[in-house]
Design a protein. Structure first.
Length: 372
């Protein structure tokens, strides 16, 4: 490991878990271990996080506090407002399943200027994994909440999980979100992580076909900012303009992206590791904000967190062996850990193949077939 830190000295965002409960959905692909338990974040955790965050935000007007995982609205308006109160000068955002959204919630979101992201997987038949605790389809109740957002004029982005990247579905998948009026769309191919350990392997050629077809649909109607296509275009632009497509990991500070769990425990780099334990690494946390300041935990993250050293070894192995490293930057920590039997120094993952390599190849195929 290099003598100087690979992590940036301060983050650009912090993820906050106001509650573990994911009411009232029980998505079959969810990775969260405590989504049926109502653990609430105490106010002193938010107050402890806010002290360094407010200093960082004073120098970074774009600093974001992301309320995420389980369902943040399950914390209730009064408690969530109290958790938000200590923060100053930050941008608040929430990722929600939209099921609990009513007129009162819309008024709350507008009053607190919260950017909204909804989780929904496309047309009704593509939402078969998003069910309620009683096992009923969750699509209609989510769409009612989305309808309320639209009636109140609240702009929202979306994240969709694609369990089967079927190229035959790509066009109507995209058009669903275009017609819904989302400002941006992120597409997550289902991942093996957390408690979701039985994901069907996805064929690379099929995934490439899906991304190519999705790019075709987007190009025909570029009404939605598509996160993955934007990444490829930014990468291609850097290459075409002669910029190094990806600096060496030791020279490129990684955003530590601290995730603060409901109890104040802080997991760096990988929100998906929160709530899990390991015989070698314990609970993956760098520390707890109720004992040490978040600024201290960020500054000392690599010294305090043994698994990060093993992760850097995996990143270096990717850089040395994978021709796609310049675009990908190395497999994500949670994907490595859950796909490589509890190790962070493995290299390629199924998620790399389906969501990074196939993405780059699919968009490149589209570009090649549409040359003037």
């Amino acid at each position: 490991m290099p003598s100087r830190s690979r992590l940036a000295s301060r983050p650009h965002a912090v993820i906050m878990q106001p509650t573990t409960q994911c009411l009232p959905l029980d998505c079959r692909y969810c990775y969260l271990p405590f989504r049926k338990m109502k653990h609430l974040m105490p106010l002193d955790v938010a107050q402890a996080v806010a002290r360094p965050v407010n200093r960082w935000a004073a120098d970074d007007p774009a600093f974001e506090v992301v309320w995420h995982g389980g369902e943040p609205l399950a914390a209730g308006r009064e408690h969530w407002a109290a958790l938000m109160a200590p923060f100053q000068g930050v941008k608040h955002s929430v990722q929600t399943n939209a099921v609990l959204i009513d007129d009162a919630w819309c008024e709350f979101l507008l009053e607190h200027e919260v950017h909204v992201g909804v989780s929904i997987d496309g047309p009704m038949d593509m939402n078969s994994q998003r069910v309620t605790l009683a096992g009923h389809p969750g699509f209609d109740v989510a769409m009612r909440g989305i309808g309320r957002l639209r009636r109140h004029g609240i702009a929202f982005s979306a994240i969709a999980v694609v369990c089967d990247p079927d190229p035959a579905d790509a066009a109507r998948f995209y058009e669903f979100f275009a017609e819904l009026g989302v400002t941006a769309l992120g597409v997550n191919v289902e991942e093996t992580e957390g408690v979701n350990r039985h994901v069907t392997a996805v064929d690379r050629a099929r995934s490439t076909d899906f991304w190519a077809a999705l790019t075709d649909a987007w190009r025909s109607n570029p009404a939605v900012r598509l996160r993955e296509i934007t990444r490829v275009m930014n990468f291609a632009g850097a290459v075409l303009h002669g910029h190094a497509p990806a600096p060496a990991p030791a020279a490129m500070p990684w955003d530590p992206l601290p995730t603060v769990a409901y109890d104040g425990g802080v997991v760096m780099l990988s929100p998906e590791l929160a709530g899990f334990t390991d015989e070698r690494f314990g609970d993956f946390t760098t520390g707890n904000v109720l004992r040490d300041g978040l600024d201290v935990l960020v500054a000392e993250a690599e010294k305090r967190t043994p698994w990060i050293t093993e992760f850097w070894q995996g990143v270096d192995a990717c850089r040395a062996t994978c021709p796609f490293f310049a675009f990908c930057g190395g497999a994500h920590p949670a994907n490595r850990y859950f796909e490589h039997d509890g190790r962070f120094d493995g290299t390629r993952t199924r998620y790399c193949t389906a969501a990074k390599i196939a993405l780059l190849e699919g968009v490149a195929r589209h570009a090649s077939s549409h040359r003037p």
